[in-house]
Design a binder for this molecule. Sequence first.
Ligand code: AGP
Length: 604
Amino acid sequence: MCGIIGVTSKDDAQDYLISSLQRLEYRGYDSSGIATIHKNRFYSRKAEGKIKNLNGKLSGNPLKGLIGIGHTRWATHGSVSELNAHPHIAGKVAIVHNGIIENFQEIKDRLISKGRIFISQTDSEVIAHLFDEELNKNITLKEATQNVLRILDGAYAFVVLMLDDPDTLIAARNASPLAIGKGDTLCAVGSDGIALAGITNQLIFLEDGDFAILSKNKISLFDFNGNSVQREVKSNTLDPAVISKGNHKHFMEKEIYEQPETIAHTISEMYTSDGRVSENLDKIIKEKPKSITILAAGTSYYAGMIGKYWIESLVNLPVSVETSSEYRYRSPFIDTEGLVLAISQSGESIDTLMAMRYAADTGVKTVAIVNSLGSTIDREANFSLYTRAGAEIAVASTKAFTAQLTILLSMCIALAEDRGINQEKISAIKSSLFKIPGAVAKALTLDGKIIDIANNIMKSNSCLYLGRGPLYPLSLEGALKLKEVSYIHAEGFSAGEMKHGPIALIEEDLPVISLLAKDHHSIKTISNLREALARGAKLIIFADEGIENNIDFAHEIIRLPFINEEITPIIASIPIQLLAYHTAVAKGTDVDQPKNLAKSVTVE
Ligand code: AGP
């Protein structure tokens, strides 16, 4: 949720810290701060709001110091204020933290009773006090760290800066991501590869319970018990330039427009150019699962719901789709002969990670469908399938969603081929797979028409999205996208459910956005739309080109390229993303970093 960075170098740390925080802003952006050590004292600057505010405070008055830490915050404990912004300093220690210290109140009460004074309302400040207390005990840094880790409960990734060791950083992780970076003249630690892009070309992802002690030219890694550990060194291929908007006004727009390419890359992750399943996919098919359980949150969850429609109807395998945050708390039935798919763009959503771990404890095999290589979910799953969407920076997920759908549809084809069922249908879908990027590119040309619709929607206080079959979860995704970026209240419903209650919401001029595919539902959905129209709804229909029924009664009709009815959810994702984007632009919201949200949700 928050982004953290620490650098110990031969050059001043400030520029590294700021450039990294700018890239990490997608993780949280309500306040930020940095601290350095120079001439045996701490220097710190903090600001509410985005990094540009912090930059403003530093320009003309930069912080000197070869070592420093930085933080961009998504508030959990304590309001958004400079006081609660990190770094937090206690005595000779400064810290930045991502996560939640669950037993902070108990620790804080104990420390206050010993005379310690707390300045912020955060849970994080206890970490600084605990280190300051331990480091006064004339013990080694390693012993002090172990002592602190034994006290802390909860999820954390933190970095510690110490006046008495002005070349050294301590970093530790438990259930919140953290990567160590090694460069030629510096060492660094950050929330992920994006934090360290352009700073270090080597990455070491810490595992839960690991901690690291690093100086400019030495990295020592330990597990929770203080044993030295070796972790794989990976190269950091992320170019800081990819984290740029190019010619686009927002990352969200850029990412929507990248989809023909990202879908093509994802297809080639699943199939070789001669149509054979890839090695990674083949391993999963060979597991011959008797059922599939999908664990995911938000947009990834809606991708999973669409996957259920595909897999059950085409492969005849039972699929359950579970909201990660509910799963492990409801004692679910787990079929150990099945496969569990954890779908996550970031690969770090704590709800999905914990749900996957809960399932894995029963011995069931797990598959990660992730966009971030090397993320915790990727590393912990038995198998991984990668959405090749590239870095997704806008908080609202777009290209990762269509890449997840591409993986699920490809997997469905491979499972059906392996079982020899629905062969005619499956071979038609398979040969259409490679036409998706072209159809998506065509759907993107509808942008102009969608801007006109968005300019009307932006005047509404509420909208409904309707769909049926696999377009029902897509209507939920459409509503989520609109809510997230434009702050307009929106709900998605199955068109067939309207008459069971939601129809009471229809009033004069309420925008009803309907997704219509050329499938066996279309006649029934059209009747549901007429029912809404009769009650005053303003009907906007996104319909397959293939639909022959008369839908001229709608106020707006946008025709979408049609390849195959199973593929329609991927194509229909484009107009709903564009509609949310343009409505947000028309309303003037902060499209890439909407209020209250964060890209990667690493707290429960
Ligand atoms: C998408 O627009 C959202 N910001 C959010 O729902 C997101 O999909 C969810 O938090 C899951 O994230 P993940 O895919 O990284 O696990």
